[in-house]
Design a protein around this ligand. Structure first.
Ligand SMILES: CC(C)=CCC/C(C)=C/CC/C(C)=C/CC/C(C)=C/COP(=O)(O)OP(=O)(O)O
Ligand SMILES: O=P(O)(O)OC[C@@H](O)CO
Ligand SMILES: [Mg+2]
Length: 246
């Protein structure tokens, strides 16, 4: 097993709930500010950084951001790819994702075929991840051409999760969409955690410690926040504390 998956597994086996900080290199990044924010979030207890975006990320930007985060904190940097342009050898690992509810063959298999030789060449650890985007109104939903999942039907989410597990994935990422106005309903992580042995990642529209805590309590192993870090990183600090102080 790779270094990053071991790091995550050890923490999760101790019963810890984890927090990932998403940094989108396509947003205007002030590099000295980034170092300061990274240090603050590390001190607050974030467990790893995700680096990626749906659109507009250059490999150079992904590389620069990854190097800064690694140098400042020593935490794992995991690429969260909207496409192969997000890949960089400066990161430690990549969420090697299949967008399971996409209607587009590219996001089901072709992106992975394009990515695999690069991932190998760059020495990135691949974290096999089923990616499910619930709602239709965000950048990721548009770019990934998804078929939305009815929020009152967690059993449909479970069917995808079971398929992910049977196909050998280790992680399932339940995504409301970055900046979404509603988060993933608690019933999704709850049902999936009870019925599979996947590591459950939940993100999108998490804007308060209460919501983060209730998702973690329901069954999410890892909570991701992105936009809130850009808006006011002290709010992200309180979300991390909310997750860690259950
Ligand atoms: C295996 C590799 C390299 C690629 C897989 C590619 C797949 C399946 C991508 C899924 C579709 C997709 C567009 C995912 C994007 C995920 C992501 C990085 C979201 C971050 O948020 P943004 O969508 O940038 O949101 P903002 O609007 O907040 O910037
Ligand atoms: O930006 P937010 O809404 O926190 O979403 C985080 C992440 O799940 C996006 O893919
Ligand atoms: Mg983005």
């Amino acid at each position: 097993m790779g270094k990053v998956s071991n790091y995550l597994k050890e923490k999760l086996e101790k019963g810890e709930k984890l927090h990932f900080t998403l940094i989108d290199p396509a947003k205007k990044v002030d590099y000295s500010e980034l170092e300061k924010v990274a240090l603050r979030l590390h001190e607050a207890g974030t467990d790893a950084f995700l680096v990626g975006g749906s659109l507009g990320v250059t490999p150079e930007e992904a590389g620069d951001v990854s190097s800064i985060l690694k140098k400042a904190t020593g935490l794992p940097v995991i690429i969260f790819p909207g496409n192969i342009n997000c890949l960089t050898p400066k990161a430690d690992a990549v969420l090697f994702m299949v967008l399971m509810n996409s209607l587009e063959p590219y996001y089901l298999v072709q992106a992975q075929v394009q990515a695999a030789p690069l991932v190998r060449k760059y020495g990135l650890e691949a974290l096999p991840t089923g990616y499910l985007v619930l709602y239709g109104e965000t950048a990721v939903a548009h770019v990934g051409r998804i078929q939305p999942i009815p929020p009152e039907k967690p059993e449909i989410g479970l069917a995808y999760a079971l398929a992910a597990e049977m196909m050998g994935f280790k992680y399932i990422y339940l995504e409301a969409g970055s900046g979404a106005s509603r988060h993933v309903p608690e019933a999704f992580p709850s049902l999936i955690k009870r019925s599979t042995s996947l590591t459950v990642i939940v993100g999108g529209g998490v804007r308060s410690p209460e919501v983060a805590r209730s998702l973690a309590k329901a069954g999410a192993d890892i909570i991701v926040t992105g936009n809130i870090v850009e808006e006011d990183y002290e709010k992200a600090v309180s979300i991390i504390r909310g997750i860690k102080s259950r």
